[in-house]
Design a protein around this ligand. Structure first.
Ligand SMILES: Cc1cc2nc3c(=O)[nH]c(=O)nc-3n(C[C@H](O)[C@H](O)[C@H](O)COP(=O)(O)OP(=O)(O)OC[C@H]3O[C@@H](n4cnc5c(N)ncnc54)[C@H](O)[C@@H]3O)c2cc1C
Length: 477
């Protein structure tokens, strides 16, 4: 093998593996460096997302959602008797899905001619990449272009140090193999709410501590308010303004100490998940003379097209600014591969959907009502509840709504926010519309099939102008 590549990608998560495949498809001689190995020393591809993130969490969410639906099947006249969950089988199913997908990436690398370099990658000066294998052997490869896609790692907090089997990060949380009686979660963000939901559905008493006073501050206020109401019904006990101050382990129990507006408190739980966020993973990635700079928060500094300060070196995904989302990482990977191949490429950072896969799901794209008002944009808002959707009623899934925000002057859609059973699928319709610069009227004039849950998107667009058909409109135009 010649030691010179057109492109070397460091990291095989959804940013890196997608960038590598695209670069190879475009005729570039490409290698991808990955340090992650399993307990047998075999390479682990797919990064956080496939191994300990998006996919395994969704597998557990789906299993527990099916469990919950089966328990409540009598609404359809289905009599089930006692419904039980074999948690070990649920976890084994999750592991099988992860194995299939990560193994699939190795196949895709082979099919596309991407060379996998196993080991720890370090960017040296002049776009040289040192790869140190598990046995310590180091090799140096030269590249015309380097893409850094080293991802992120969980933030740890001193009051709750990770403790095998008891105090867990996202990876440990995905491997709990029996239903805990009491679960504590620190952080009411995406991961905390998803993991809390998994176990609440299986009957665990779940308490979520959130240091901020506002619930889901990043979401539209209507979405956050509706979600808080629904999670309360689901017995997720979310304590706002509650800051963890310490933990004490007594045998198989954890005493979680925290303060809230009323003072110091304690809570005893059987497992504790720490889900307070993630930070860029750059340790050992850059030599002092690599020419790549980090920003003040430790992210790799890049411009709008993911170029670092070092010519020919790009960085993408969780290790650079922007939302820590797999689809954002992948799209950046595609953009960068296209740029390297000499194509025109850019990414629309204004239209990146965000989803929380609880049930109902929370999903949004574009700006919130609060953000637009703060910017002084005159807006019009349409909202349609799933309670008025025939298809949602048929599915016994009527919680939530679709909210659409359009520019008062131009009618252009500026944000769509949803709470609903399949909001994760519906939000793509909003993203496509916004990507094409649609107005609310464009969606009003689009024919939606009946009966579908998607009709709620149509009705929300109609409601923007006070013309929803299947509900009384607040404003008439
Ligand atoms: C529990 C959980 C659930 C999530 N759910 C979702 C979801 O539903 N949807 C969503 O969009 N996002 C989700 N995310 C976030 C998503 O996983 C990340 O945004 C995504 O994985 C980022 O991709 P990446 O390629 O930038 O980095 P990563 O996936 O972190 O991959 C980076 C890879 O680089 C490797 N690496 C790092 N440094 C080196 C080095 N020096 N040499 C060699 N290899 C190196 C790492 O081993 C890793 O394999 C979730 C995250 C978690 C933790």
């Amino acid at each position: 093998m010649s030691d010179k590549f057109d492109v070397i990608v460091i990291g095989a998560g959804p940013g890196g593996y997608v960038a590598a495949i695209r670069a190879a498809q475009l005729g570039l001689k490409t290698a991808c460096v990955e340090k992650w190995v399993d307990d047998k020393g075999a390479p682990v591809l797919g990064g956080t997302c496939l191994n300990v993130g998006c996919i395994p969490s969704k597998a557990l969410l789906e299993s527990t959602h099916q469990f919950h639906k089966t328990q409540h099947a009598d609404v359809h006249g289905i009599q089930t008797g006692d419904v039980t969950m074999d948690v070990k089988k649920m976890v084994a199913r999750k592991d099988k899905i992860v194995g299939n997908l990560t193994g699939g990436i190795a196949g895709l690398f082979k099919a596309n001619g991407v060379t996998l370099l196993q080991g720890m990658g370090k960017l040296l000066a002049n776009k040289q990449v040192q790869v140190t294998a598990a046995d310590g052997t180091a090799s140096v490869y030269a590249a015309e272009n380097v893409i850094l896609a080293s991802g992120s790692v969980p933030v740890e907090i001193p009051p709750a140090p990770l403790t095998e089997g008891l105090i867990l990060d996202n990876a440990g949380a995905l491997n709990i193999d029996e239903t805990p009686k009491r679960l504590g979660v620190i952080g009411a963000g995406v991961i905390g709410l998803e993991m809390g939901s998994v176990w609440a559905r299986l009957g665990t008493e779940v308490t979520v501590l959130e240091a901020m006073d506002e619930f889901l501050a990043m979401a539209d206020a209507d979405v956050a308010k509706e979600a808080a109401k629904i999670f309360k019904k689901q017995k997720l006990d979310i304590k706002l303004g509650a800051r963890c101050t310490g933990t004490e382990i007594n045998g198989k129990e954890i005493t979680l100490k925290y303060t809230d507006a009323e003072g110091a408190k304690e809570l005893v739980v059987d497992k504790l998940i720490v889900a307070v966020g993630r930070r860029p993973q750059t340790q050992g990635l850059l030599s002092d003379d690599s020419g790549v700079k980090l920003d003040e928060r430790g992210f790799i500094f890049v411009d709008g097209q993911c170029r670092t300060e070092a010519p020919g070196v790009y960085a993408i995904g969780d290790s650079v600014r922007g939302p820590m989302l797999a689809h954002k990482a992948s799209e950046e990977g595609i953009m960068v591969a296209d740029i390297i191949a000499g194509h025109h490429a850019q990414m629309n950072y204004d239209v990146i959907p965000s989803i929380i896969y609880t049930h109902p799901e929370l999903a949004w794209v574009g700006k919130t009502e609060k953000e637009l008002k703060a910017e002084g944009v005159a807006i019009k808002v349409g909202k349609f509840p799933f309670a008025a959707s025939g298809r949602a009623m048929a599915a016994d899934d009527t919680d939530g709504f679709v909210k659409m925000i359009a520019d008062e002057a131009t009618d252009r859609i500026l944000g769509v926010h949803m709470v609903g059973g399949i909001a994760s699928e519906l939000i793509a319709q909003a993203a496509i519309a916004m990507e094409f610069g649609s107005t609310a009227e464009d969606l009003q004039l689009t024919v939606f099939a009946h009966p579908t849950v998607s009709e709620a998107v149509h009705e929300a667009a109609l409601a923007v102008d006070g013309h929803a058909i299947h509900m009384a409109n607040r404003k008439k135009r």
